[in-house]
Ligand binder design. Structure first.
Ligand SMILES: [Zn+2]
Length: 719
């Protein structure tokens, strides 16, 4: 599986007014619990939650502005204006905006200091009533986003301490062991900490508005002075993407990476104005560096970005090898081959533990080499009658190099479209990683003047992303490139789970426009960048570690990696399948254990410029808004008497098509008026009571009439 890179610089905020993306909002997300009746299951709707709230608030504020003006002569007390959300379930401490996901909610049997209280307890959402009554090893009051729902509840480690001495090497995977993405590992011995990678993860479908997720580094908050440095294995976003956000928090520790990774990391940092300058040291695979007590050496591996490497970390407990992302590719493209000799030499060095990439562990056999697919690419380009338009990942520099070489052989000019792809190609050309003939790459405007059969376009968007180039071309939204009859479109990347529908739609559109579509399913135009089962077994055999720690992948991937190893004769008891944050320890006698102790790993969301300030409460509101919309009640009462001055207004967005429910709103307005009439709204205590009452009664009425439960906000204006 490919890591899923954004094809536009992810620091750039996606336009908020745009479509809600391909996420297919909240289809499987936990249905917000509401008091009273359950909701018919068939009502999942796609509505643009941001539009709804933006418009509704705008509308409401315009109204209040208008009222305010009218009332100003009469000493309008603006402080009394308030809004109230509709769900009674949200009263109480869980509304604490500080209960950010960043804070520790980790529990479990660890005895260490636990300053942070669990985030929030929302009895309505801790659900899962069918679970057995046996006490789960980790508390269950975590946010009920679906990813958390599926959180493993089995102990994979041991509560018993089997090691000797107290001076231990700790290995903690902070991210990347329950998902593909946000890779980050820390290795700690006494006062020395070494970090490996700082990646990002793209949001799940029940996280609307979230740009991405970064590793939770709260464990390091009191240990910043111990961080000796961070080594970055390669330039993919799931390994580098969190650097801008974490560097400041971690006290800007020195970073070590190869030249190409450094180019990409620096370019990305430029997009974050005002962020600290990074302290980068460029290394190559023959270097060795000392970071505190750790000595780190490197071995080059094949992946689908040049110069990826794995780490050989000498620790007081023994050698720990970390592969980074890798595959074994005897015929790589645009890159030097995996340093197999170095890896094999490790077999004689008594390696303590191997942490190895599990991304493709579910796949049997060996991974294809980039060389295997070269002739397929050649064939496609030779046989194409019109233009060839190839969609791939912006960071798939090896593949881009292959395509360019093939085009040069066939006499085609190449245009590159997509901001991040262009800049990546420029960086790797400048650093000598990519060799391109002087006149091969031309602007699309130039390309338009050439006959179609002399042109190839490499672009982003093979995942059907809304804003990426291929989708814009297909939809006729691209300013310079339009589909011609007879174009051949090549999807040169596997489809990331969740993107299937967008990709299918994209293909349909392309066919309608008269293009031919070639996908990796039809031909091997994509070789995965990660080792398959047989490759993994080879690596286990070569390195002969005492312990195996599968990393980088969903839990099932780690399991399959372990299964392959066990079939190959690896002792099962020496394989540690850790969750994110679960502490692995090694003593000085070369013994290791997977403990049940955990460090915080809750999601830290990056949302616009905010890091960690969007928490699960905010997300739950967004999910609710996206499902049934919002209804805003604006009631105008007399400041003197508390009397309702006119029929309350009700504004809805994303709720029902009002023209089809013409009687509903007038009826609801009268109902609300009745509720408000009864009470003296002047005392603020009663004001709150009234709002609750409006929310409940109106909520019930709307549900009875429509089967939907919009969020209800009540504004009581005194004039
Ligand atoms: Zn990678």
């Amino acid at each position: 599986m490919q890591p899923f890179y954004k094809n536009t610089p992810s620091s750039k905020k996606p336009t908020r007014s745009g479509k809600p993306g391909q996420s297919g909002l909240a289809k499987n997300s936990p249905r917000p619990s509401t008091s009273g009746k359950s909701r018919p299951a068939s009502q999942s709707k796609k509505t643009d939650h941001k539009d709804i709230i933006a418009k509704a608030i705008k509308h409401a504020s315009e109204k209040s502005e208008h009222l305010r003006t009218r009332a100003s002569e009469r000493d309008f007390k603006s402080g009394r204006l308030s809004a109230q959300k509709s769900r009674p379930a949200q009263k109480g401490p869980q509304r604490d905006p500080q209960a950010s996901t960043q804070k520790s909610t980790q529990k479990g049997p660890q005895k260490g200091p636990q300053k942070n209280k669990p985030v929030s307890k929302d009895p309505k959402r801790s659900g899962g009533g069918k679970r057995s009554s046996a006490k789960p090893p980790f508390k269950t009051d975590e946010p009920r986003l679906h990813t958390y729902k599926n959180k493993p509840r089995l102990k994979t480690g041991s509560d018993k301490d089997k090691l000797t001495g107290t001076d231990r090497v700790k290995v903690i995977v902070l991210g990347g062991n329950e998902e593909v993405g946000r890779n980050m590992t820390l290795i700690e011995y006494k006062d020395d900490i070494l970090l490996i990678d700082m990646g990002l993860q793209f949001p799940e479908e029940d996280m609307p508005g979230v740009d991405y997720i970064i590793p939770n580094t709260s464990y390091l908050n009191n240990k910043l002075k111990n961080i000796r440095g961070a080594v970055i294995t390669h330039g993919h976003y799931d390994h580098i993407g969190a650097i801008p956000h974490l560097q400041k928090k971690l006290g800007n520790p020195p970073l070590f990476m190869n030249a190409l990774t450094a180019g990409i990391v620096k370019k990305r940092q430029d997009d974050f104005k005002g962020f600290p300058k990074l302290n980068i040291t460029i290394i190559n695979s023959d270097d060795s560096i000392h970071l505190g007590v750790f000595k780190v050496e490197f071995f080059r591996v094949s992946h689908n970005i040049p110069d990826s490497f794995g780490l050989i970390i000498h620790t007081p407990a023994g050698i720990i090898v970390h592969t980074g992302d890798f595959k074994i590719d005897p015929k790589p493209s645009g890159d030097l081959p995996t340093e197999i000799d170095k890896i094999k030499a490790l077999g004689k060095k008594n390696v303590l533990a191997l942490m190895a990439d599990s991304t493709n562990a579910p796949k049997s056999g060996h991974q294809l080499t980039e060389g295997d697919i070269q002739h397929n690419i050649d064939d496609i380009i030779t046989n194409a009658k019109g233009r060839v338009i190839i969609g791939t990942f912006a960071s798939m520099l090896g593949r881009i190099q292959q395509i360019i070489e093939a085009c040069e052989r066939m006499g085609r000019k190449v245009s590159i479209e997509g901001f991040s792809m262009k800049s990546n190609v420029k960086i790797s050309q400048a650093l000598g990683y990519m060799k391109v003939g002087k006149n091969t790459i031309i602007d699309v405007k130039e390309a338009a003047k050439l006959p179609d059969n002399q042109v190839a376009i490499i672009c982003t968007g093979a995942q059907g992303e809304d804003r990426a180039v291929l989708m814009r071309i297909a939809n006729g939204d691209h300013p310079k490139v339009h589909i011609h009859e007879g174009d051949t479109i090549v999807f040169s990347s596997s489809v990331i789970p969740g993107n299937e529908r967008s990709v299918q739609r994209l293909k349909d559109t392309l066919y309608r426009e008269g293009a031919e579509v070639v996908h990796y399913q039809m031909m091997d135009v994509h070789a995965g960048g990660h080792a398959c089962q047989e490759d993994l077994k080879d690596v286990h055999d070569w390195i002969k570690p005492k312990y195996l720690i599968p990393i980088e992948g969903n839990h099932s991937f780690l399991r399959m990696h372990a299964k392959a190893a066990i079939e190959n004769g690896f002792p099962a008891e020496n394989i540690f399948i850790a969750d994110n944050g679960q502490i692995i320890e090694f003593d000085k006698k070369r013994n290791g254990q997977l403990t049940n102790k955990k460090v915080p790993t809750e999601y830290v969301f990056v949302d616009g410029l905010g890091v960690g300030d969007t928490n699960h409460i905010v997300l739950r509101d967004r999910v609710e808004l996206s499902q049934d919309g919002v209804a805003i009640v604006v009631a105008v009462v007399s400041a003197q008497t508390g009397k309702l001055l006119r029929l309350p207004d009700i504004i809805t967005r994303g709720f029902v098509y009002i023209r089809q429910h013409e009687d509903l709103i007038p009826y609801a307005r009268r109902k609300v008026a009745e509720v408000l009439k009864d009470e003296d709204s002047r005392s603020s205590a009663n004001g709150q009571y009234l709002k609750d009452k409006v929310r409940e009664e109106l909520g019930q009425l709307l549900f009875d009439k429509t089967g939907r439960r919009p969020m209800i906000l009540t504004l009581v204006m005194e004039v």
